[in-house]
Design a binder for this molecule. Structure first.
Ligand code: GLU
Length: 476
């Protein structure tokens, strides 16, 4: 039975890399009919952020990632929040101390800082100098009885090779001399990530640990812990790094990294999920658009790549526009309406639906419906300079002046009647219809491009359209 877990630390926003980790765990669990567990790793009390867990839960829900066990729906492996089981970790650490696999360390932060400085000065990588590793049992007992603050450290074996297999990267070896005598219990009594993570993965009977590559250096420490406890380690799969376009590590400096940012900017959950799913894995060389069901069906860890995955924002935009096209206008209304309300525009649902229908083919994000199509909701306050000199020639002004009353005389304001007026005018004056269409578009929308003019005028309505043309004539 496959059991996997997503084990975030609630330290703020949800990184797109975390979304991918959560997604791959979910896909893997669903593909194998297994169990997907959510575990909150909150033992680093200094990094806790208020509201981070709620934000995480709502982000997962938005993305369509579900958990079979977790803080909200506990199974028999709880608690699912690490800060609620510190006693368990302490007991496990004590067990390791008793079997001499771990030891109490009384070094002060001042002493550790001095050691680090002298190592740095000597050009050696900073590591704990194992000062307390061989204290006598008596000394340890006396100092603990005297209430001296201490941590518990793992007694990392000296001169050993630590080997494990990674489903993505194959066989991996670490020399134990590169591994610090890891702190397992901090002086505040809380476990470190390493101890809590291993104890929980064991107790929760996790079969596969699927997580980002940044955790690879922690894995030998975990393997040592499994050995120390005499437990069978789970299988490991480390997912490739996410990269910026220039192949540096994905960073905020080069664009958004929080799932919430994409959500706020009008990306549909299924588009972001589809995009993120392909960061490091692809089931087919020909296809890129997949539903969640298809992702579940196709997902295999052995097809995850080792090499870093470039976060290509243009591709995300393309995918999002594909999904926007696929949705019904009524569906999109649910996303567009709140943005319109937020802007303070007062319009009916029918009106918004008409705008959605016109813009659906062109929008890359939900925000585009409001940003690029703002002229459906408010009069243009300026006109695109680039097109002004091109379209608002003295001739054009004359034509607008002549056509305006013809618009005013229309009894039915529709695509067809508007087209009729423009075509007839163009014909009798021996000009192309474009000579009218472009100046009118600029007058009504302030822009040089957009959906078809007649549809657009129909939606904006007679009074508003003619008023805007009148205003443009004044501005001309
Ligand atoms: N708490 C770690 C994180 O924030 C979990 C890493 C792991 O999956 O082991 O990503």
């Amino acid at each position: 039975m496959v059991r996997v877990r997503f084990a975030p630390s609630p330290t703020g926003f949800v990184h797109v890399g975390s979304l991918r980790t959560a997604l791959y765990n979910y896909l893997f669990a669903r593909h194998h009919g297994g169990v997907n567990v959510l575990r909150i790793e909150d033992t680093d009390r200094t990094r806790l952020v208020e509201g981070a867990v709620e934000n995480l839960l709502s982000t997962m829900k938005w993305a369509g990632i579900t958990f079979d066990e977790g803080p909200q729906n506990p199974g028999k492996y709880g608690p699912y929040v690490q800060s609620e089981k510190t006693e368990v970790y302490r007991a496990h650490a004590a067990q390791l101390v008793a079997s001499e696999k771990a030891y109490p360390c009384f070094c002060t932060t001042e002493r550790l800082a001095l050691v680090r400085e002298s190592q740095q000065a000597a050009g050696i990588p900073p590591m704990y100098d194992r000062h307390c590793r061989n204290l006598s049992k008596e000394e340890v007992a006396t100092r603990i009885a005297a209430g001296e603050p201490h941590v518990i450290r793992l007694r990392v074996p000296i001169g050993e090779l630590i080997r494990f297999n990674d489903i993505v990267r194959g066989d991996i070896e670490f020399d134990s001399k590169t591994i610090d005598d890891q702190v397992l219990i901090k002086s505040d009594g809380y476990p470190t990530y390493h101890l809590a993570n291993v104890v929980d993965d064991h107790q929760m009977e996790i079969t596969h640990v699927i997580r980002g590559e940044e955790w690879l250096p922690s894995t030998p420490k975990h393997v040592l812990l499994y050995q120390a406890f005499g437990w069978e380690p789970p299988k490991f799969a480390h997912l490739p790094l996410l990269l910026n376009a220039d192949r540096s590590k994905l960073s905020k400096r080069q664009g958004d990294v929080a799932v919430e940012d994409y959500k706020d900017k009008g990306y549909l959950p299924e588009a972001l999920v589809n995009f993120v799913a392909l960061l490091g894995w692809n089931p087919s060389a020909f296809e890129e658009i997949f539903t969640m069901e298809e992702l579940i069906k196709g997902f295999e860890l052995d097809r995850v790549n080792k090499g870093g995955a470039v976060f290509n924002k243009e591709k995300l935009d393309w995918m999002n526009s594909e999904y926007i096209r696929k949705r019904s206008p009524e569906d999109l209304l649910v996303y567009v309406k709140p943005l319109i309300e937020k802007k303070g525009y007062i319009v009916s649902d029918e009106y918004i639906l008409a705008v959605i229908k016109l813009m659906q083919e062109r929008a890359r994000t939900i925000n585009d419906f409001v940003e690029f199509a703002s002229y459906f909701f408010e009069r243009p306050t300026e006109y695109d300079e680039k097109y002004k000199s091109k379209h608002w020639t003295p001739d054009a002004k004359e034509r607008l002046r002549e056509v305006l009353p013809e618009f005013g005389a229309l009894n039915t304001w529709s695509h067809d009647s508007l087209e009729g007026v423009i075509r007839a005018y163009a014909e009798k004056s021996g000009i192309s219809a474009g000579k009218l269409i472009h100046p009118i578009r600029l007058a009504v929308t302030g822009r040089g491009m957009g959906p078809g003019l007649f549809e657009l005028l129909e939606v904006i309505g007679k009074e508003e359209s003619t008023t805007r043309i009148g205003h443009a004539l004044e501005a001309l």
